[in-house]
Design a protein around this ligand. Sequence first.
Ligand code: CA
Length: 228
Amino acid sequence: MSKGKILVVEDEVSLARFIELELTFEGYNVVVAHDGKDGLNMFEKQKYDLVLLDIMLPGIDGMEICRRIRKLSNVPIIILTAKDGVSDKVTGLDSGASDYITKPFAIEELLARMRAAMRHVQTFDVRINSIMFKDMVIDTDKRMVHVAGIAVELTKKEYELLLYLVKNKNIVLTRSQIFNKVWGYDYLGETNVVDVYIRYLRAKIDEKFGRRYIFTARGVGYYMSDEK
Ligand code: CA
């Protein structure tokens, strides 16, 4: 029986491999990512008991990963810092890391810190009922939306429209698809209601946060895009 599932995000391949072998030998189930983006993607896909996170990573750096993970979960995070990275330690703990360990480290010390970090946390994990998109988190239990950690107040229809777009991200949805899904065939109001509500959402999200979430497929409909 596995002692727990560990996500290792470390771009030094030989160090990552070493950690993977040692932890596997100790009875952990280990998943390795070699860059920040992969690490975050892997985190979003499944549940982990602990994350070992390097700070200097290609793609998204460790601090940013730490902050993003914290919006979703209180999984223990141990950051792996370079020798003199004192400021990394402080920033890491500020970003929500549980602990840090300085490279190079003895595997016994890492194992001890992992055990301690996992003992101290009763993992809550909200992801089963939440959806992440860029820096947006939709809590589908509470029907709450946060962008960059800030709550966004949406009406019922705005929320349903947003959810439909996010669930079908990167797919162009026609006005009639959106209309039928969000308002239903029985709706007797104006048919331009889709465009009106897209405008409402853009005002509350895209314009307010200065990022593009909702794209227009001219003459067809709308879509949420992973594009920046
Ligand atoms: Ca590194």
